[in-house]
Design a protein around this ligand. Structure first.
Ligand code: ATP
Ligand code: MEV
Ligand code: MG
Length: 387
């Protein structure tokens, strides 16, 4: 039997980085997905309990990896797997997983994939034990660009693995819909496992990315708890991928180091971001009925995004490519801010309801002339789904 699970990427409208330090943040799912297809082979297929392999096929990178089950059992000593509340990956387990990556040819240019491989080995062997199977991963998301590719990977992988064990499941609808939704209880379990995967990739994640990828919608997240926001008017964003590669783990660590060098100043910065996220989340929920009300709502959102970008700059996570996007969009009176961990990656630009298409085309052309890639996304859709 094959299980397919897909999980969305996300944008952060306000509060990235500060959320790691206890401030509120606002994030929303987007209609770009990572999909994991999982097929389990009968245990002992081909003879002997030790036979078979665990395979991972990363389609977009064109790389496949496989580990004999006997090797996984020898190194990880994980027999049958556990599907209840996860225990975090211990330093010893992480060191054992690093050994399993030795000898695998990962091209130097794709060395950042090793964090994703470690998360896979942890999730697979913890949930299923060392039984043979194959996971194929495909994604619409640019990897390591601030749109939550790591969270979508961890959520879709955890969703597929937990479905395969029967720990979570969908009601078995009438087959009319290709994708089905899990219940809240099941989503909570998937989210907890995905968070363990995020810890392997991010170091010290707040949990916002895996939460929004699992539950979807638009959320306000603070200290591990979140509430759904009812966005009363559509929020339209242009995304610009600067194509400057960066790594969330290093950027999060950099902000923490700055916070330990300047604790009081950074506490004020985080406090200011908290106020921005709180205000932004209440504005999003206001129902604006006419053009004047919508324009005034958009003006407030723009101003808050602009203020948040200034504070992200003072945390040291902006980048010259991001500044180029800000300057370019400002020429057209449009406000932008980085989204996700920054340091390159993606930038959000609020698209006002009354913006003429010709202006949007012009700004997009100018951004793309710098070598950036622009695209529009739908905001606030479904979270994890299974087929
Ligand atoms: N489809 C995928 N296949 C394999 N590994 C993946 C995939 N998507 C993400 N990863 C892993 O996640 C890493 C990127 O995660 P990172 O947190 O740095 O960026 P992001 O999640 O895209 O951005 P942000 O955390 O700012 O939203 C990759 O280096 C890789 O290890
Ligand atoms: C930078 C950060 O705040 C968001 C990354 O999308 C990290 C996190 O919250 O885990
Ligand atoms: Mg990430």
């Amino acid at each position: 039997m094959e299980v397919r699970a897909r999980a969305p990427g996300k944008i952060i409208l306000a509060g990235e980085h500060a959320v790691v330090h206890g401030s509120a943040a606002v994030a929303a799912a987007i209609n770009l997905y990572t999909t994991t297809s999982l097929r389990l082979h009968p245990a002992g297929e081909g003879g002997g309990a030790d036979s078979g392999v665990v395979e991972l096929d990363l389609r977009d990178s064109g790389l496949t990896f496989s580990w004999p089950c006997s090797q996984l059992r020898g190194v990880l000593r994980e027999e049958s797997g556990r599907v209840g509340v996860p225990t975090p990956c211990s330093p010893d387990q992480l060191a054992a997983i690093a050994k399993l990556l030795e000898g695998h040819e990962i091209p130097e240019a794709k060395i950042w994939l090793s964090a994703g491989l470690s998360a896979f080995l942890f999730l697979y062997t913890s949930i299923l034990g060392c039984r043979p199977g194959k996971a194929v991963v495909t994604s619409d998301l640019p990897m390591g660009a601030g749109l939550g590719s790591s969270a979508a990977y961890n959520v879709s992988m955890s969703g597929a693995l937990l479905t395969a064990t029967g720990a979570v499941g969908v009601g078995g609808g009438d087959g009319a819909e290709e994708w089905e939704l899990f219940g809240k209880h099941d989503l909570e379990l998937v989210n907890q496992w995905a968070f363990q995967g995020e810890k392997i990739i991010h170091g010290k994640p707040s949990g916002i990315d895996n939460a929004v990828s699992t539950f979807g919608s638009m959320i306000k997240f603070k200290k591990g708890e979140f509430t759904n926001l009812k966005s009363r008017n559509p929020v339209k964003m242009l995304i610009t991928d600067t194509r400057v590669g960066r790594n969330t783990k290093a950027l999060v660590a950099g902000v923490s180091e700055r916070a330990s060098r300047h604790p009081e100043a950074m506490a004020s910065v985080f406090h200011a971001v908290n106020s921005i996220s709180e205000e932004l989340s209440s504005i999003v929920e206001l129902a604006a009925e006419d053009e004047i009300a919508i324009t005034s709502k958009e003006d407030k959102l723009s101003e808050l995004m602009e203020m948040n970008q200034g504070l992200l700059q003072s945390m040291g996570v902006s980048h010259s490519s991001i500044e180029t996007v800000l300057r370019t969009t400002l020429k057209y009176n449009l406000v932008s801010k980085l989204t996700g961990a920054g340091g390159g990656g993606c930038v959000l630009t609020l698209i006002p309801m009354l913006l003429a298409n010709i202006v949007l085309d012009k700004v997009t052309t100018e951004l793309e002339s710098h070598g950036f890639r622009c695209f529009k996304v739908e905001v606030g859709g479904q979270g994890l789904q299974v087929s």
